[in-house]
Write a protein that binds this ligand. Structure first.
Ligand code: IMP
Length: 187
C-alpha cells in the first residue's frame, strides 16, 4: 500500500534514532552468550516470526555457540497498520515437528502480547520439551496479556518504532538501527 502525502510517517526526517546499531550488536552478543549457556546439551530449535524478526535472528544466531536448528513461521495479525487486533493467522508453518525439542521464539517486539500468546499456545500443543521467548523489544505500557520473555533486548516507551526488521506499512525494515517516528506536526 502506498503512503499518502498526508501520511504522518511518510517523511524520513520524522525518524528519530532510539537504539543504535552498536547497542543492538552488544545486546545480541550478550543474549547469544546467555542462550548458549542456558541451552547447552539441549535440542534447541529457534523459531523466527517473519517478517519482523529476520534481522534480529540473523545477528543473534551468529552469537550462539552451541548446535541448534532454526525454522520460520509467518503470521498475519489483523488490525490497522500500527495496532494489532489479536486475531492471528499462521500463513506459513514450521517445516517439521517440535516434539522433544526446546523451542525458543525469536521475535522483533512484544507489544500487546497477543501474537506471542497465540503462538506459544499453538506450539505447546505440539509437545515440545518447553517453549520460551526471546524478544528484541518490549513495550510494557501496551501490554494486554502477560508474555514471559525469557531473553529481552530492550524495554521501550509506548511509541511506534521502525527499523532493524520492523516496518511501517512494509517500509523501513532495512534501517540498521531502531527509530521512533514523530507524528505530523499540528496544523
Ligand atoms: P502484538 O501482538 O501486539 O504483541 O504485536 C505483535 C506484532 O505487531 C509485532 O511482531 C510487530 O510485527 C507488530 N508491532 C507491534 N508494535 C510495533 C511497532 O512499534 N513497530 C512495528 N511493528 C510493531
Amino acid at each position: 500500500m502506498a503512503t499518502s502525502k498526508h501520511d504522518p510517517f511518510a517523511s524520513p526526517d520524522r525518524l528519530r534514532p532510539l537504539i543504535s546499531t552498536e547497542e543492538i550488536q552488544k545486546r545480541c552478543r550478550e543474549l547469544g552468550a546467555q542462550i548458549s549457556a542456558d541451552y547447552r546439551g539441549s535440542d534447541l530449535l529457534l523459531v523466527s516470526v517473519l517478517k519482523g524478526g529476520f534481522i534480529f535472528l540473523a545477528d543473534l544466531v551468529r552469537h550462539i555457540t552451541i548446535p541448534m536448528e532454526l525454522d520460520f513461521m509467518r503470521v498475519r495479525s489483523y488490525g490497522s497498520r500500527t495496532e494489532s487486533s489479536g486475531v492471528v493467522e499462521i500463513t506459513a508453518d514450521l517445516t517439521g515437528p517440535v516434539e522433544g525439542k526446546r523451542v525458543l521464539f525469536v521475535e522483533d517486539i512484544v507489544d500487546t502480547g497477543l501474537t506471542m500468546t497465540y503462538l506459544m499456545r499453538n506450539i505447546a500443543t505440539r509437545h515440545p520439551v518447553d517453549v520460551k521467548v526471546c524478544s528484541l523489544l518490549y513495550k510494557p505500557e501496551r501490554k494486554l496479556v502477560d508474555v514471559p520473555i525469557a531473553y529481552l533486548g530492550f524495554t521501550i516507551p509506548n511509541q511506534f518504532v521502525v527499523g532493524y526488521g520492523l516496518d511501517y506499512d512494509e517500509k523501513y525494515r532495512n534501517l540498521p538501527y531502531i527509530a521512533t517516528m514523530d507524528d505530523e506536526p499540528p496544523g
